[in-house]
Design a protein around this ligand. Structure first.
Ligand SMILES: [Zn+2]
Ligand SMILES: [Zn+2]
Length: 87
């Protein structure tokens, strides 16, 4: 079973994930490849740098969650809920 790796094939990843994730405000996040991948909300101007790793479900806050080399985390680095759901 292969899961998408976000740091490979940036253009394809952007095409693959663009519009699939929803911001906390409800709008669809745009994925932009600009010195790394960023998820941006056209409505509330939220911007999140995509972490290295693979998408693994969703955080309790509604944003996608990632499995990274340093552990699971939310798309939002400052998300408090992600910190609570550790091992
Ligand atoms: Zn938003
Ligand atoms: Zn979160």
């Amino acid at each position: 079973m292969s899961r998408p790796r976000l740091h490979a094939n940036r253009g394809r990843v952007a095409a693959r994930f663009g519009g699939e994730w929803a911001c906390r405000c409800g709008a669809a996040l745009d994925i932009a490849a600009d010195r790394g991948l960023h998820a941006r909300c056209p409505d509330c101007d939220a911007s999140y740098r995509l972490p290295r790793g693979t998408v693994d479900g969703a955080c309790e806050c509604g944003l996608p969650a990632f499995e990274t080399p340093s552990g699971p985390r939310c798309l939002d680095v400052d998300c408090e809920r992600a910190a609570e759901t550790g091992p």
